[in-house]
Design a protein around this ligand. Structure first.
Ligand code: AGP
Length: 608
């Protein structure tokens, strides 16, 4: 989604904006632009395509003079990717300039009203409405105009604004789209995410909904929508640029795949004390745990897939019914939730618009929400009743790997914790599960050693048109994530099917040479899935098997086999997903695609 960077200080702004925007590239974008104030004028430069074009147009920013400016990378929503539609957007006499992340939902009636008042629109964007509305309400007081606009626009927004007659001042606001403020001796910053400014400062303020910030070279001041000054607490970021760099890996995705053992260990170990699971962050009374009669897991994309694995595991271990919903469905389907339910919202970014809306919908119904979130201080983390952080660290590649793995780990922790508290596990069983959980990072590590074989295998299928994934139970959940990984970065059509469902239609898609990846790690379902492999092989499929070490008879059917170390069957997704991530990565690499920034996708989906 769009990225915003703003700077006001003692240095030239444009090179700082370009550097910051480059560090937000992972969010996804299709055009970029900057506005810099100099000598009483605001100058704008915009370009379609990669930031490289903007760099070339401005001689790496050196030709755009001025020490205050706002920059933007645009992920098109309203209006095609073009120079005209890219941000920043001016008001009519170029005295107010705006960058925006989010969607102004009532832009059409506002646009109609502004046109009736004589305003002329030059772009198709919802954002231009904001520039003209600011113009309409502006009487010399930026705070006044901004707060008036905020009360009239609906939807989600993070805005950066400059006013020509207030030189040296930058304004920013947010509602449901991320925005942070950074402060340093060299100047002050706004940004959509921390990496954009981490080269300059670690001192950050998280802006809350409906708050306004005024930044000058020397100071930042925060206001509520009534223009009353408010106090905020500064956070010191404790990770550094190394986390935002590739560290010798060709791509962030590969780096992040390799960081999984550490990420999973960091998520599990602090929650195990003397062999017992302790989840201090979860504010549930003993009585609430005992009375829990249903869990709803709500998320999007890979986080949703983690939720599907979680459903099998929680139902299997703790014997509590679990419903898993895509957040964009949950938020509108008026779910039936009673007081003894729990809603778990899973999100890497903590800013996904649909997941955030689902969280609010659950709270509106009076139910407690537990967030499983990676980004500290993000909206979902702040609004949930309790937060279980997944300590995956900064994840840059659009295709999630380590965050997904930590989400699984968090769900396993919850399942075993609940199973024990509710008396569904023998003590010995409980202890053994805790031990097996702690062994997962080393087992993930061992799978990473098989990467050359997987790379060779991926190169054989890099030209595929379709690839199918089949499995049963937990393995079906693994297939869903494996398939998503492949399609998002390789652009190969792929589907995941419950293996038992093949005969009900899907098998007609199987033709000579098509790759069917079969995941079969569940002992009680093993023979059933083998039968399904035989069925597709008989129709010409090339069959890959992903199974537990020891299941060597699978080679009687499979053309290619990958073995995973033995673990408790509930936890096999954590292991089986590793070869599938590597497979997707190497297919994308073989096809010469942009692995970390696949087309049309954004890392953090902050619009509906
Ligand atoms: C996964 O690789 C994705 N890029 C995507 O499906 C992602 O998981 C989804 O958009 C949810 O994001 P979140 O975890 O930040 O909420």
């Amino acid at each position: 989604m769009c990225g915003i960077v703003g700077y006001v200080g003692q240095n030239e702004a444009a090179p700082i904006l370009l550097d910051g925007l480059a560090r937000l590239e992972y969010r996804g974008y299709d055009s970029a632009g900057m506005a810099v104030y100099h000598d009483g004028e605001i100058e704008i430069v915009k370009a379609k395509g990669r930031l490289r074009v903007l760099r070339e147009l401005t001689n790496n920013g050196l030709d755009l003079k001025g020490t205050i400016g706002i920059g933007h990378t645009r992920w098109a929503t309203h209006g095609e990717p073009s120079v005209t539609n890219s941000h920043p957007h001016f008001n009519k006499d170029k005295s107010i300039v705006v960058v925006h992340n989010g969607i102004i939902e009532n832009h059409q009636p506002l646009r109609d009203r502004l046109i009736r008042k004589g305003y002329r629109f030059i772009s198709d964007t919802d954002t231009e409405v904001v520039a003209h509305m600011l113009d309409n309400y502006y009487n010399g007081d930026p705070l006044e105009a901004i707060s008036k606009v905020m009360t009239r626009i609906e939807g989600s927004y993070a805005l950066g604004v400059l006013f020509k007659d207030h030189p040296g001042e930058m304004y920013a606001v947010r509602k449901d789209s991320p925005l942070i403020v950074g402060v340093s001796d060299e100047g002050n910053f706004i940004a959509s995410d921390i990496p954009a400014i981490l080269n300059h400062t670690r001192n950050v303020y998280f802006i809350d909904n409906m708050e306004i910030v005024k930044l000058t070279r020397e100071a930042v001041a925060f206001y509520n929508i009534d223009k009353e000054e408010i106090e905020k607490t500064m956070t010191v970021i404790d990770w550094d640029m190394e986390a935002a760099e590739k560290g010798g890996y060709e791509h962030f995705m590969l780096k992040e795949i390799y960081e999984q053992p550490k990420a999973v260990r960091d998520t599990i170990n602090p929650r195990i004390k003397d062999g017992e699971i302790v989840i201090d962050e979860w504010h549930m009374t003993e009585e609430e745990v005992q009375n829990l009669n249903k869990i709803f897991i709500v998320a999007c994309g890979s986080a949703y897939h983690a939720g599907i694995s979680g459903k099998y595991v929680i139902e299997g271990i703790a014997r509590i019914p679990v419903e898993v919903d895509v957040a964009s469905e949950f938020r509108y389907r008026d779910p039936i939730i009673d007081d003894n339910s729990l809603v778990i919202v899973i999100s890497q970014s903590g800013e996904t618009a649909d997941s955030l809306a689902a969280l609010r919908e659950a709270q509106r119904k009076g139910v407690k929400v537990l967030g499983i979130v990676n980004v500290v201080g993000s909206s979902i983390a702040r609004e949930a009743d309790s937060v279980l952080y997944t300590w995956a660290g900064l994840e840059i590649a659009v295709a999630t790997t380590k965050a997904y793995s930590t989400q699984l780990a968090a769900l396993y922790l919850l399942a075993i914790y609940l199973g024990n508290k509710r008396g569904k596990l023998e003590y010995a069983q409980y202890k053994q599960m805790v031990e097996e959980l702690q062994e997962l990072p080393d087992k993930i590590q061992s799978l990473l050693g098989d990467k050359e074989r997987i790379q060779w295998f991926a190169s054989k299928f890099a030209a595929s048109r379709d690839i199918f994934y089949v499995g049963r139970g937990v393995d079906y959940a693994t297939c869903m994530e494996g398939s998503l990984k492949l399609k998002e970065i390789s652009y190969i059509h792929s589907e995941a099917y419950a293996a038992g469902e093949l005969k009900h239609g899907t098998i007609s898609l199987v033709e000579d040479g098509i790759l069917v990846a079969s995941v079969l790690t569940q002992p009680q379902l093993y023979e059933k899935t083998v039968s399904n492999m035989v069925e597709v092989k008989a129709r010409g499929a090339y069959v890959m098997a992903l199974t537990n070490i020891g299941n060597y008879d699978v080679e009687d059917v499979a053309n290619f086999t990958i073995y995973i170390p033995k673990t408790n069957p509930w936890f096999t997704t954590s292991l089986a997903i590793i070869p599938l991530q590597l497979f997707a990565y190497y297919v994308s690499l073989a096809r010469g695609l942009d692995v970390d920034k696949p087309r049309n996708l954004a890392k953090s989906v902050t619009v509906e």
